[in-house]
Design a protein around this ligand. Structure first.
Ligand code: AHG
Ligand code: MN
Ligand code: MN
Ligand code: MN
Length: 322
């Protein structure tokens, strides 16, 4: 099995970008170990603090954020850092070539129930004219991402990564501590009969989502001539990993619960990296009316409607959102 570095060298990945990816993965290996320890690793439970999202921070949100942030601050090539758990941009090296955004712990509500959780990360080129502490460093579209990936802390710890070409999957070999290439060309099935949405929100959905989901529930006699199954992991990394492996459609559409925040998922460190992974694996990622990757980030924590997965199903879903 091929290791990470030779795989990335074959893809002609810039050496300093490659070293930065390794730096991030070093932190995720530590998180993977702490997560596998569970209560024994003192990583369960919540803190008394609330993050800028208005969520109560879990201990592991904070631990994972600190681990990754400290690793990044030790890398001279990192100019600016953005995190779900940091209110503002964190300044790194004033001459760094890259900027990094991450969701240190995705699926926080799964931590205490030993469910699927993960780390999502994305790397962009720094804007040479802007200072390290300028949030406008991140005012780029998802198409500018140099690398995007996640580490899924499941029964096995897996890295899903794209550096612009294929989407590849690696599995952490705990015997020698390296990520080994286990799928060198991830391909999302074009069609699917599996959808992923939090049905508990259905009474708050806007009409397009109601209409689309009702069609999926019609079964073999319905418009789609097939029975759909449903999965909801409450962790985007788990749902998107399933879709990258066997297809599906994942939706977090806008709803009426909080008019100030109709959408839930964050563009910079959730939707964009997942969209790049999916598109480079033949999948699709839309807000319903625009490609996720075409949106320019204007606020570090801005939220966006998400419809992503098997290309044919995403196209069908989009037909209801004008
Ligand atoms: P995070 O734990 O990083 O805040 O993200 C949670 C997100 C995403 O991972 C998941 O798909 C979604 O929130 C689950 O939302 P519900 O709890 O509303 O189902
Ligand atoms: Mn959160
Ligand atoms: Mn998240
Ligand atoms: Mn998170």
């Amino acid at each position: 099995m091929q290791r990470l570095i030779p795989t990335l060298r074959k893809d002609q990945v810039d050496l300093e970008l490659l070293m930065l990816i390794r730096t991030i993965l070093a932190a995720t290996k530590e998180i993977s170990f702490r997560v596998s320890q569970g209560a024994l690793g003192d990583v369960l439970g919540s803190t008394l603090d609330e993050n800028i999202q208005g969520e109560q921070q879990k201990k592991l949100d904070v631990i994972a954020n600190q681990l990754i942030k400290n690793m990044l601050l030790s890398d001279a090539n990192v100019r600016s850092i953005a995190s779900e758990e940091e209110d503002d941009v964190v300044a790194g090296d004033p001459d760094g070539r890259f900027i990094v955004a991450f969701d240190p712990l995705d699926g926080s509500s799964n931590i205490d129930i030993n469910g699927q959780i993960g780390t999502i990360f994305t790397i962009y080129p720094a804007k040479p004219s802007l200072a390290a502490d300028d949030p406008a460093q991140f005012h780029q579209t998802g198409r500018s991402q140099l690398a995007a990936g996640y580490v899924l802390y499941g029964p096995s710890t897996m890295l899903m990564l794209t550096t612009g070409k294929e989407t590849r999957c690696f599995t952490l070999d705990r015997t020698h501590g390296g990520f080994l290439l286990t799928n060198d060309k991830v391909a999302v099935p074009e069609k699917t009969a599996e959808f992923s949405i939090n049905m508990a929100n259905s009474r708050f959905w806007f009409e397009p989502t109601q209409t689309y989901i009702n069609i999926l529930l019609e079964g073999e006699e319905g418009e789609r001539n097939k029975r759909y199954n449903m999965r909801w992991n409450a962790a985007m990394v788990g749902d998107i990993h399933r879709i990258l492996v066997r297809g599906g459609i994942f939706l977090y559409p806008p709803d009426k619960r909080d008019p100030a925040k109709p959408a839930k998922l964050r563009l910079l460190y959730e939707a964009n990296p997942m969209a790049m992974l999916l598109e480079n694996a033949g999948g699709a990622a839309s807000t319903g009316t625009e490609n996720i990757l075409d949106l320019e980030t204007s606020d570090l924590h801005q939220r966006v409607p998400v419809i992503m997965g098997s290309a044919e199903e995403v196209e069908f879903a989009k037909s209801f959102y004008k």
